[in-house]
Write a protein that binds this ligand. Sequence first.
Ligand code: ADP
Ligand code: ZN
Ligand code: ZN
Length: 660
Amino acid sequence: VTKILRIALPVPLRRLFDYLLPEVFDSARLIRGVRVRVPFQSRQLVGLLMEVADTSSIPLSKLKTVIEVLDETPLLPDDIMQLGTWAAEYYHYSAGEILLSAMPKALRQGKILDDQVIILANKKTEENLPILNPAQEQAVAHIIQHQTNFSSFLLDGVTGSGKTEVYLRIIDNIIKNNKQVLVMVPEISLTPQTIKRFRARFSEPIFAFHSSMTEKNRQHSWVAAASGTAAIIIGTRSAVFMPFKQLGLIIVDEEHDTSFKQQDRFRYHGRDLAVMRAHLNHIPILLGSATPSLESLLNVERKRYQYLSLPTRAGNALLPNFNLIDMRKTPAEAGLSLSLLASIREHIDAGNQVILFLNRRGFAPVLYCIHCAWMATCKRCAARMVYHQPHHLKCHHCDAHRSLPTSCESCNGSNLRALGLGTQRLENSLKEHFPSLSILRIDRDSTSKKNEMQKIFEQIHSGKPAILLGTQMLAKGHHFPHVTLVGMIDGDGGLFSADFRAIEQMGQLLLQVGGRAGRAEKPGTVMIQTHHPDHPLLQILLKEGYQAFARLLLIEREKFFLPPYVHFAIFRAEARSEKRANDFLEMIKANFTQNAVTILGPSAALLAKRKGLYCHQLLIKAEKRLQLQQFLKTIVQHIETKPLKFSVKWSLDIDPVVVL
Ligand code: ADP
Ligand code: ZN
Ligand code: ZN
C-alpha cells in the first residue's frame, strides 16, 4: 500500500497536510516529529511529520511528494510534541504554527544548529541564607516530598513573605537531583534582579528566555535547555515550550498576572499550559502569588491544587498601612491631592523613597478644542490620540503618531487643551513641587532605550531619596527596600468597568503596588486617591484582605454564571466594513446552535475599530468545557472547509482575559 505522510505546516489552517513519500528515503527516519521539506502552493515549507497513514481523503493523484526528510531523530522532545498538539486542539490553532515556533528560527528554516553552549560560570555570592520560618519550611518540605509525580501547588503568600526564598530552596533540591527547573515570570526584562538573585544563589548554569533577547541568545538558551546544560531556565510565557532533557519542576511566579496570556494570534495562557506540561511530564508545578487568580483559588477549593500559604512577611518586615484619600473632599492640583503631597514631602524629608503609580503614559490622554469640542482621534482606530511631550500625538493601539496640531483640525481655532493626566504631566508637576529631587519616570516610553531601565534601577538601589513614578511596570515583583510610601494616583480605575474581571485585577494591582512599600526594616504606607472610598469591595479588600475580597468575587461569579464557574470563548471578526464583520458573525450564530452553549452578540468590540478594521465579536459560554470545545470545533471545521464569501479576518480566543 502507498504510505501517506501527514505533515504539520506553519500555516494558519488548522489541519495536517497529506503528502506522498519522497523518492528516496530511509524508512527508519519516518519518526513522528522529524522535519520535512515540502512543496506548498508555489513555495517550499519546512514542516513536521505528525503521522504515517495508509489512506488520504484526497485522491492520491492530487497529492504532492515530500522533497526531503531533514532529520534522523525528532528535534522537539515528545512532551513538546504532545503539548503543542494538545494546545492546537484546545485553542483551535494551527499545530504547525505552534510547534514550529517552539524551535529556533534556524531550525524553522530547515538549517541545522551548530551551537556550542557557552556556559557563563555563575558566581555564587550568597553564603548566609536566612533561616526559614515554619510556614516556608513546611512549603519547601511538602513540595520536595511530591517531586516524583504530577501535582499542582498554589503558594499564596503576601508580598515579601519569602516566596522567592521558598522557590530557591526547592530548586536547590531539584537540581541536586540532576533535574532541570523552568521558572516562568510575567515580564523578565523589567526585573533584571530576578535573574541576578538566582545567579547569586547557584553555581549551576542559569539561562534566560524571553522575546526581547536576540534570536542568537534565545537559540543559545534553547540548546542549553535541550542538551541538559542549563540547570534553570527563567523565562516568560513562551518558555513553556522550551525543550528540556530532564525537567523536574515548573514554577510560575505571579501566576495571576495577565501577561501570561498571549493577546494576539496564538492566544494561549502560559500558566495553564504550564500546568498541562507538568501533567504530561509527571512533575510538580508551583504557582505563586500574593494575589492568586480566582481560577486558581477555585482549583484549590475543588481540590485540584494543593494550597500552601505564607501568611506573614518574612524577617521583620511588616505589611503596609492602607489609607484612602477621599478626592471629593480633598483639594487637588493636577491630580495630586494636598494630603498625598504632604505625605510625599514627609517621607522624602525622612530620607526615604516614594513610588507613585499612574497607569497612563504620555502627557494627557485627550487633546481637546475648547471652541468646537473636537478631540484628536486616530485615523485608523476608534480611539483618542494621546498627547506626548514635547509635541506628538500617539495612538496607543496602533502606534500611529503625528506631530501636535497647532490649531483645531475641525474649526481651525487655536485654543487646544490637553485634558487628563498621564505620567509625563505628573512628572512635570512633581518637578515643580520638588525641584532638587530626582524624579524617575518608569513607563514604556522612558525605558524603551537599551539599558535605560538598568540605569534607573541603579539610581533606585543607591537608596538616595527619590520619587519613582510609573505605570504598572512598577507593580511587577520588584524589591525596592528604600521605598516607604506608595501613592495610587487613580485608585478608581476598574471599580465600575464593564469588564467582569476589572475589579479582580484592580484589587490585585492595589495590593501588588502596595506591596512595594516597606519591604525591609522600614514600615510602609500606601495612600490611595479615590472618589469612592466607601465602595464595599474596596473596603473589604483593605480591611479584611485579599482572601475575603476574592471569596466575595467568587460568590458573585457563580451567581452571575461567569468564569471560572462557566467557560468563555470569544469569536472575533475584523473587516473593512462594519457590516461585513457583523454579517459574518450573524451567519455563524444562525447556523450553529447547541443547547449547552449560549451565544451573546454579535456586538462591536470596546475598541470598535483598530488599524483600519472594524472589530465585532460573539461571546460564547458553556458550563462544560468539552461542550464548548466540540461546538467551536464544528464551527472552525465548517469555516475552514467551505470557501468563504465574507472577506473577514476571524479569530478565536479561548478563556479570554479581556472580554470587551
Ligand atoms: P516574596 O517573593 O514573597 O516577595 P522574598 O522571597 O523576596 O519574598 O523575600 C522578601 C525578603 O525577605 C527578601 O529580602 C528575602 O531575602 C527575605 N527573607 C525571605 N525569607 C526570609 C526568612 N525566613 N528570614 C529572613 N528574611 C527572609
Ligand atoms: Zn475646534
Ligand atoms: Zn490607532
